[in-house]
Design a binder for this molecule. Structure first.
Ligand SMILES: Cc1cc2nc3c(=O)[nH]c(=O)nc-3n(C[C@H](O)[C@H](O)[C@H](O)COP(=O)(O)OP(=O)(O)OC[C@H]3O[C@@H](n4cnc5c(N)ncnc54)[C@H](O)[C@@H]3O)c2cc1C
Ligand code: FES
Length: 359
């Protein structure tokens, strides 16, 4: 029998020793613990199956179930298509075996891709800094491996998948710079929702699994002007990019514009740091947009899209040229879509836009 069950069908994924995945064609096989994703188990066994986002949005890890039973850990994942079930296709990043299985993947590599050499870390929550009413910065120290201290390797702009409790996995973008023994995330608590509340409720000293790095929104084309656009906690990824740019002398003569939108000034977290960083750079500017602002606010009133439209409109071919620049964009999906529409209207080519959408 071949089947992919949604987690809600009651197929038991708890307890027990786990199952074996055999790769059709090669005969290679590896163990998968109960509740573990096939993608992660393969990686830990040295089999690098195709992947990109690591959480269910891109579809790169789609494979075919040849024999056995699987459970989908995220039945509503954006990349799942209606015809997948009929074709016995499934997402390896969000599926765990419910029996020994044989699967057919499009490709198997024995080494990680250069741009995403994902590592399975364990991180201990050591510090929480409140930044706004429901927004905080979380610092996790990475556990040493076999007594040797661990360094976080990622590119500014990338994200991690945090396993906040067994089966509760959420993505958060690194706000700090790579190369240290810790990672920092800026996150918002959403009333009544599971992932963000679990993150905010973690006690100091709690250790959780973290996989990183994922994501394709890292700096390219250092010889081109850059436009960094953040909505809400999208500032986490954008702050990491700006911190990296501010330390790199190659950026000292390139125009850099940071556009940052939030609902209120209290939620415009890290505004002082953004201003300080851009003040140090002769060719950088930061523009804020608030939906609700008091009389003292000197930036845009409204959405970040209005700031963007103004910038594209008033500066053509001068400091920021739509045809010449590269855009880095991070935030919630509605904000990302609205910004993409403005960029399209401004004639900015898709291959100049690098996006980190929160869903
Ligand atoms: C690439 C990326 C980067 C992000 N960076 C940040 C950040 O820096 N700061 C921040 O505050 N938020 C970030 N988010 C959003 C964050 O991951 C959560 O979606 C957010 O905290 C709300 O989660 P929730 O459970 O509280 O709310 P809910 O509304 O319950 O969360 C639903 C969302 O969680 C995700 N999800 C659901 N099930 C799964 C699963 N099994 N595996 C993985 N994801 C799942 C989906 O995106 C879904 O839309 C990012 C999201 C993505 C995709
Ligand atoms: S890696 Fe993107 S959907 Fe699985």
């Amino acid at each position: 029998m071949n089947a992919v069950h949604p987690a809600s069908t009651g197929v038991d994924v708890e307890g027990g020793a786990g199952f074996r995945v055999t790769l059709d064609g090669s005969g290679a096989s590896f163990p998968v613990a109960r509740g573990e994703s096939i993608l992660g188990a393969g990686r830990r066994a040295g089999y690098w199956l195709p992947f990109e986002c690591g959480w269910g949005s891109c579809g790169r890890c789609r494979a075919t179930l040849v024999d056995g039973e699987l459970v989908s850990m995220f039945p509503d994942a954006p990349a799942i298509e209606a015809r997948d079930e009929r074709r016995r296709r499934f997402l390896m990043c969000q599926s765990t075996p419910a029996s020994d299985v044989v699967i057919k993947a499009t490709k198997v590599d024995m080494a990680p891709p250069d741009e995403r050499p994902v590592v399975d870390h364990r991180g201990t929550l050591t510090h929480v800094r409140q930044l706004g009413p429901a927004i905080a910065e979380f610092t996790f120290d990475l556990a040493p491996v076999e007594g040797v201290s661990t360094v976080a390797h990622f590119r500014p702009g990338q994200y991690a998948v945090l396993e906040l409790e067994p089966g509760l996995r959420r993505c958060y973008s690194m706000a700090n710079l790579p190369g240290s023994g810790h990672v920092q995330f800026i996150a918002k608590r959403y009333e009544g929702r599971p992932g963000s509340n679990r993150l905010f409720d973690l006690a100091l000293g709690t250790t959780i699994p973290l996989e990183l790095p994922y994501g394709d929104m890292w700096l390219r084309d250092r010889d081109r002007p850059a436009l960094l656009i953040a909505g809400g906690t999208g500032i986490s990824a954008i702050l990491s990019l700006l911190r990296s740019i501010s330390r790199d002398p190659r950026w000292s003569t390139r125009p850099v514009h940071v556009l940052y939108g939030a609902a209120t000034f209290d939620e415009l977290v890290c505004w002082d740091e953004l201003q300080a960083l851009t003040r140090e750079m002769p060719t950088a500017n930061v523009h804020g947009a608030l939906v609700t602002a008091d009389a003292s606010w000197e930036g845009t009133r409204g959405f970040v899209t209005e700031t963007l439209a103004g910038l594209l409109d008033t500066d053509p071919g001068h400091d920021w040229s739509p045809a010449a620049g590269v855009v880095y964009l991070a935030g919630p999906p509605p904000m990302v879509r609205a910004v993409q529409d403005v960029l399209a209207t401004g004639g900015i080519q898709l291959d100049r836009i690098h996006v980190d959408s929160f869903g």
